[in-house]
Design a protein around this ligand. Structure first.
Ligand code: ADP
Ligand code: MG
Ligand code: MG
Ligand code: MG
Ligand code: MG
Length: 443
């Protein structure tokens, strides 16, 4: 690993770190943390920090509530935005362990590690590059988030129209101070919408980066008097926020998706990975698009994918193959959104792809037409299925897929399905303004 225990103690001392946040993620992707003081850091690095798991949603029952946090040394980072005078704040991302020393089955990071182990046994390392989008909204006089945007900017617009540019610049600078390699940041299509892309990395590091990214973005936006939201579709009629996920497999430092002799420059392994992802696409959507609101983004007419197909050329397909070849050969899955738990989302994508490789699943022919403009009959003829229309349907498809459920494990699956059922029941009994407008006078 990058840092030793001594390195961390030394860095913390030199930078006058007073508090360390021991960070982990619950099943629904919410970042939790236990703050410790500098004095406890050595114990923490020796895996001696305990917390009460029963108070974390979906974690454990009261009887077995003591759980341990095992920090991943490589994730040690000092937050750049706290004044040094008050003492700096650092964080460590942790794995959750049971008192008997086994990894906790409900820990999303443990789930991803399990999936990565399977890849490793096949000789593969997974690389992942995400493109998270988000909105910056104004706060009202009580400091509560609104859906009022601060600008009327559009795709790739430059200031002064793009008033979010200052906030976005601070976010990028903070990320860079924390070691992120930011490749691109730009205004997105909708007013108030932005995207920050950071460089791909091994899967676990990227999942940690996504969790950190969301937290940093919210904190810095707040300093600028704005609210950052990763809610997938906050404004009716505008594009929603997605998080395209670029992925590739490497073996001995070489990208195994590349084959210069193939017509498209893709290897058999790449085609099989695509075959697996497409086969399980409808089942993994519950994890990659886990909120009620996710499905308001996955509708025709915007830039989000709706149909299960792949393409080396067009962006209406669920899976696109970006033009880069060689080390940059990769595929892009376009349905995930930033409300997903990054650990679980990457775990299920990888599992689907590995299943394709193991079972040599050939993908259907690529689709070169714009699928949004294809007739229903033409789609039927080409066997193009749709993604689930809502979270209830999505969870049903997830539960039927034994390959995908096997990587999540019973603990995560049961808790996830139960939480989504409550959410769905809550939602479907609401009477919305749309219904009142539509029916109140008509009937
Ligand atoms: P788009 O054209 O969809 O906007 P980009 O070309 O901006 O996508 O690429 C986005 C992401 O792809 C970045 O995070 C980048 O680091 C990542 N990426 C590049 N090469 C690879 C690779 N071999 N494996 C996984 N991700 C990669
Ligand atoms: Mg991009
Ligand atoms: Mg790009
Ligand atoms: Mg984008
Ligand atoms: Mg993209």
């Amino acid at each position: 690993s990058k840092y030793s225990k001594e390195d961390i103690l030394k860095m913390a001392e030199e930078k006058n770190v007073r508090f360390i946040r021991m960070q982990f993620t619950d099943i629904l992707g919410i970042v939790k943390n236990v703050a410790i003081t500098f004095k406890q850091l050595e114990d923490a690095l020796d895996n001696k920090i305990m917390f009460d798991g029963s108070s974390i949603d979906g974690f454990t029952r009261i009887q077995e509530s003591d759980m341990y946090l095992r920090p991943d040394y490589d994730t040690f980072t000092i937050f750049p935005w706290r004044p040094e005078e008050g003492g700096a704040v650092a964080r460590l991302i942790c794995d959750v362990y049971m008192p008997d020393g086994t990894p906790f089955a409900g820990g999303p990071r443990n789930v991803l590690k399990k999936a990565l182990k399977e890849a490793e046994e096949m000789g593969y390392e997974m690389n992942v590059g995400p493109e998270p989008e988000f909105f910056l909204f104004q706060l009202d006089e009580n400091g509560e988030a609104t859906t009022k945007t601060h600008d009327n900017g559009g795709y790739f617009d430059l200031g002064p129209i793009d008033k979010g540019i200052n906030a976005r610049r601070s976010i990028v600078l903070a990320l860079e101070e924390m070691g992120f390699e930011v490749e691109a940041s730009h205004h997105e299509v909708a007013p108030g919408q932005h995207e920050i892309d950071f460089k791909y990395a091994p899967a676990l590091e990227t999942a940690d980066n996504i969790a950190t990214f969301k937290f940093v973005t919210k904190s810095i936006a707040h300093e600028h008097g704005l609210h950052a939201t990763f809610m997938p579709k906050p404004i009716f009629g505008e594009n929603g926020s997605g998080m395209h996920v670029h992925q590739s497999l490497f073996k001995d430092g070489k990208n195994v998706f590349y084959d210069e002799n193939d017509r498209l420059g893709l290897s058999k392994t790449a085609y099989h990975y695509i075959g697996g992802l497409l086969k399980h696409a409808r089942a993994i959507t519950a994890i990659t698009n886990p909120s009620i609101n996710s499905y308001k983004r996955l509708v025709p007419g915007y830039e989000a994918p709706v149909y299960v197909a792949w393409s080396s050329a067009n962006r209406s397909a669920l899976i696109r193959i970006p033009a880069a070849r060689g080390a940059g050969t990769r595929l892009e899955l376009r349905n995930p959104d930033p409300s997903a738990n990054p650990y679980l989302a990457i775990a299920v994508m990888l599992k689907a792809g590995l299943d394709g490789i193991k079972n040599e699943i050939e993908p259907p022919a690529e689709v070169l037409e714009n699928i949004y403009e294809m007739s229903a009959a033409r789609k039927e003829e080409s066997n193009i299925e749709s993604l689930p229309a809502n979270i209830d349907e999505a969870v049903g498809l997830l539960l039927e897929d034994e390959v995908i459920t096997s990587v999540l494990g019973n603990h995560v699956l049961e808790h996830f399905a139960a939480a989504k059922k409550v959410e769905w029941d809550e939602y479907r009994t609401q009477v919305s303004q749309w219904e009142l407008d539509k029916y109140l006078s008509t009937f």
